[in-house]
Design a protein around this ligand. Structure first.
Ligand code: NAD
Length: 473
């Protein structure tokens, strides 16, 4: 019988008798079921979070930190089980699933160390004025399917640390490891402080429209982010949006081709390219284009694509059928337009699972769909450039502004290039590194507000200024 996973509402593991199937993308088999929640279930979860808020917001930061330490220990102790479950629902190879769970432990330990201290903003003979941070209230968290557990942790920890309570909704494609985590940590926090509920396409809009939710923290696509913002505007809910990207990687002519080829490959293809901050457009200087594109193509052909649970698999399937179809459509469009492929391009529809071979395109035009759109799959366009000014303007010619990277043997000199990129994060000679104490904030249509760092934590709070006049009334 299929395992049925429960929701966490008011400290209890519950279901409503209606279920959604969850499928393993490597073989299309149903591997679990989760509750299909509607308005009544959501109301219960929000009411529990609301009821828990007055007491939780009065707990000290030290008390909250102690609970996060407990939570981190529990995740660590159950890492292996969570890792396997994550591979089976998300598709990523065991090694990458293990890194995601290790990242959850690390974030659960590190994020609580962020500072929420109040500041004295005036201390004069006229008045004493201090600015404190107060939690916004009940937070609704909405999570995507590419890093389902890590994205959940990056919302849960700062929300609860700030004194807010929460109702979190995983993606219906990848709810299992998150619900197992909910079960494991159910007793850690007082009832109602953390609620996790699952549902189909209708649940997200219900959450963003709920009158008793004060803030939405959302990670997902830019298109959905706009809907979230529109819905939240009705009652001026606070919002944080972490959205899509079309990150440029710029390879300067002095880069060491042998060193860079493999790093660039993984900057693009980690998690089968389903990473918001994956390199999605690779600009290579014309002097080294042939050599580097040849090295990347050779590496691409040697990498094993397969079931993430199998030994030796480096790249798993696409996580879900709609995204699989979208990526195949982008590849078909590139074929129809006659673009040249250096690797991949063909897939075998008779094999079960949402597998797409590692695909590398040779210098498609800037307006090709594969370049202009976020592919979110194992497909990478390589493009030639001649001058720095030209590549900066091509990199910036996007509505997205999430991140970017520069590859060079002279990193200090590359800082000047980095400063001209219109993105929230720029790496020189690495990629995808995010730190708990540094803000991750998409520019332009890649986001609104910040996650991580003190900036991210403050988004769960309002400033409150309390001023005492020195002269008594
Ligand atoms: P998505 O926008 O389709 O879904 C994200 C979540 O929103 C899911 O839980 C979904 O059920 C829910 N949802 C769908 N419609 C909704 C609505 N109208 N109102 C409220 N919630 C709704 O995104 P996805 O396909 O799950 O994830 C892929 C996208 O997420 C990519 O664009 C990727 O770049 C982006 N992403 C961004 C970051 C980041 O930090 N910037 C991180 C990971 C993924």
């Amino acid at each position: 019988m299929t395992t049925q996973y429960k929701n966490l509402i008011n400290g209890e593991l519950v279901d409503n008798g209606q279920w959604i199937d969850v499928v393993n993308p490597a073989n299309e088999q149903v591997i679990g079921q989760v509750p299909d929640c509607g308005q009544a279930d959501l109301d219960k979860a929000v009411a529990a979070a609301r009821a828990a808020f007055p007491t939780w917001k009065k707990t000290s930061v030290e008390e909250r930190r102690a609970l996060f330490a407990k939570m981190a220990d529990i995740i660590k102790a159950n890492s292996d089980e969570l890792m396997r479950l994550l591979t089976s629902e998300q598709g990523k190879p065991h090694m990458q699933a293990g890194s995601e769970i290790a990242g959850c432990v690390g974030m659960t330990r590190a994020l609580p160390m962020l500072n929420l201290e109040e500041k004295i903003t005036e201390d004069s003979d006229k008045r004493l004025s201090r600015t404190r941070r107060v939690p916004v209230g009940v937070v609704g968290g909405i999570v995507p399917w590419n890093f389902p557990v890590l994205m959940a942790i990056q919302k849960i920890v700062p929300a609860l640390l700030s004194g807010c309570t929460m109702v979190l909704k995983p993606s219906p494609f990848t709810p299992l490891a998150t619900l197992r985590l909910a079960e494991l940590v159910a007793g850690v926090f007082p009832p109602g402080v953390l609620n996790i509920i699952t549902g189909g396409d209708a649940l997200g809009p219900m959450l963003t429209a709920h009158p008793d939710i004060d803030k939405i923290t959302f990670t997902g696509s830019t298109a959905t982010g706009k809907r979230v913002m529109e819905s939240a505007s009705k009652d001026l809910k606070r919002i944080t949006l972490e959205l899509g990207g079309n990150d440029a990687a710029i390879v300067l002519p002095d880069a060491d081709v042998a060193k860079v080829a493999e790093k660039l490959f993984w900057a693009s293809f980690y998690n089968a390219g389903q990473v918001c901050i994956a390199a999605k457009r690779i600009y290579i200087h014309e002097d080294i284009y042939d050599e580097l594109s040849g090295a990347i193509a050779a590496y691409a052909k040697a990498v094993k694509v397969g079931d993430g649970a199998e030994q030796g698999t480096a790249i798993g399937p696409i996580q879900n059928k709609p995204q699989y179809k979208r990526v195949l459509e982008l590849i078909q469009d590139a074929k129809d337009k006659g673009y040249k492929f250096l690797a991949g391009g063909d897939h075998d529809p008779s094999i079960p699972g949402y597998f797409v071979p590692v695909t590398v395109l040779d210098n498609p035009p800037e307006d090709a769909r594969i370049v202009a759109e976020e592919q979110f799959g194992p497909v990478m366009p390589l493009m030639k450039f001649s001058t720095i000014n030209e590549v900066i303007s091509r990199a910036n010619a996007s509505d997205y502004g999430l991140a970017g990277s520069i590859w060079t043997s002279n990193p200090e000199a590359a800082v000047e290039v980095a400063e001209q990129l219109e993105t929230g994060t720029v790496w020189i000679n690495e990629s995808m590194h995010l730190a708990p104490n540094a803000p991750f904030a998409g520019h332009k249509q890649s986001g609104f507000g910040a996650e991580l760092g003190e900036e991210g934590l403050l988004e769960f709070t309002y400033p409150q200024v309390i001023t005492i006049a020195r002269e008594a009334a």
